[in-house]
Design a protein around this ligand. Structure first.
Ligand SMILES: *Cc1c(COP(=O)(O)O)cnc(C)c1O
Length: 392
């Protein structure tokens, strides 16, 4: 099949929900992807932060394929030692008390929202169900997580949206204080807004949010769907802010390329969700759990995390010296680049033509390379980017 044939069939048979780059990927190894014509690309995207160990990592392939030939799925009507092992591991890594396993970031966030509302309903009754999120946030594409997303462009067409969300300007403590009321049950935030343009929150704002939440028994919930699983140099980004959230959500990198999400809660909330209040058919799927077990055992060691920081610093340093770079921000291997010429979309398209896969977020270029990318691949990718940035 040629690229043109694939593109035609995509137009003919798939709903037109995505704007795509002009390539069709068929295989990959490490941080190198291959398209249908055999052309190779350095991948600075990890499938939007998903393939944290790159394409077809040997250990990951072994973990997934041996699970496929043992048992693929059992439903949540039965116990599984693999599910419990993954759950124990993620609780021990985070110091959280309990986990609900699901299939995506939006679902993990739905679970968080349900926990917040049920905790408050059980303890305070009906009129305390408002959740504060941030302007410019992104929390998912279900009707409720769209409502949670603090961007007007997402609040369209699909009316009525779920009620009970209000939006605080990021890093504006006064705005936060003014929106706290007796109706608020949770504050739900990304620590580095990913889709919103790699925008880190200030320590002061996060500290203030934690303090207010603690005083008023409002839940502090952190959406780590993009920042989690060692992406920012610690297993979860909240560790770097020195806070203790009530709820943490995770997905993207958690399965290294298979769909899995997780919603974690602390001890205070451990009995909020009871039998029958939540569930999902695929949640804790065994292939996904085998993948997550491998990912969590690999990316959470001290040596691995140090390497993520070192490579992130290396990339940032090289980027800062590149033409057309105005600002570089983010933490670890979650990196945003503001361009002088404000031409991120155009640059990303040209990078693909020249053998580099790269993301954008709002008006920025965004890099989410595999966490174990080699220096050789980093240099190759940066050379392409540098060429495109200088307009060669
Ligand atoms: C990607 C993302 C989501 C949505 O995850 P899906 O798996 O696409 O449902 C939610 N929150 C953040 C911060 C994300 O980056």
């Amino acid at each position: 099949m040629t690229f043109e044939e694939i593109k035609n069939d995509e137009q003919k048979y798939m709903m037109h929900t995505y704007g795509r780059f002009q390539t069709a990927i068929v295989s990959g190894k490490g941080a190198t992807a291959k398209d249908v014509s055999g052309k190779e690309y350095i991948d600075f995207t990890s499938g939007i932060g998903v393939n944290c160990l790159g394409y077809c990592d040997d250990g990951w392939v072994k973990a997934v394929s041996s699970q496929v030939s043992a048992v693929q799925h059992i439903s949540n009507l039965y116990y599984s030692p693999l599910q419990t092992e993954v759950s124990k591991k993620i609780c021990e890594l985070t110091g959280m008390d309990k986990v609900f396993l699901c299939n995506s970031g939006a679902e993990a966030n739905e679970c968080a929202i349900k926990i917040a509302r049920k905790y408050s309903f059980d303890k305070y009754g009906e009129d305390r169900q408002k959740i504060l999120t941030l302007v410019n946030s992104f929390h998912g594409r279900t009707v409720t997580t769209l409502a949670a997303t603090g961007q007007d462009v997402f609040h369209n067409f699909f009316f009525p949206f779920t009620e009970g969300f209000d939006y605080v300007t990021a890093n504006d403590i006064c705005d936060l204080e003014s929106k706290i009321s007796d109706e608020v049950c949770a504050v739900f935030i990304e620590l580095i807004q990913g889709e919103g343009g790699v925008m880190p929150l200030s320590q002061e704002f996060v500290d203030a949010a934690e303090k207010i939440c603690k005083e008023k028994d409002i839940l502090l919930m952190i959406d780590e769907v993009q920042t989690g699983v060692s992406r920012t140099g610690t297993v979860y980004c909240y560790e770097q802010y020195g806070i203790k959230p009530d709820v943490v959500t995770s997905a993207k990198g958690l399965g290294g390329g298979v769909p899995i999400g997780a919603c974690l809660c602390n001890e205070k909330l451990s009995d909020v969700m009871t039998a029958g209040t939540h569930g999902t058919t695929f949640g804790g799927n065994l292939i996904a759990c085998a993948a997550a077990r491998e990912v969590l055992s690999r990316v959470t060691t001290k040596a691995f995390l140090e390497e993520v920081c070192r490579k992130g610093d290396y990339i940032r340093e090289k980027l800062t010296a590149m033409p057309n770079v105005k600002e570089v921000r983010g933490k670890g291997m979650m990196i945003g680049i503001v361009t002088e010429k404000d031409n991120a979309k155009e640059i990303a398209g040209k990078c693909v033509e020249n053998g580099l896969l790269i993301l954008t977020a709002k008006t920025l270029l965004r890099l989410l390379p595999p966490l174990n990318i080699s220096y050789e691949e980093i240099d190759k990718g940066l050379a392409v980017l540098s060429g495109v940035m200088s307009g060669d």
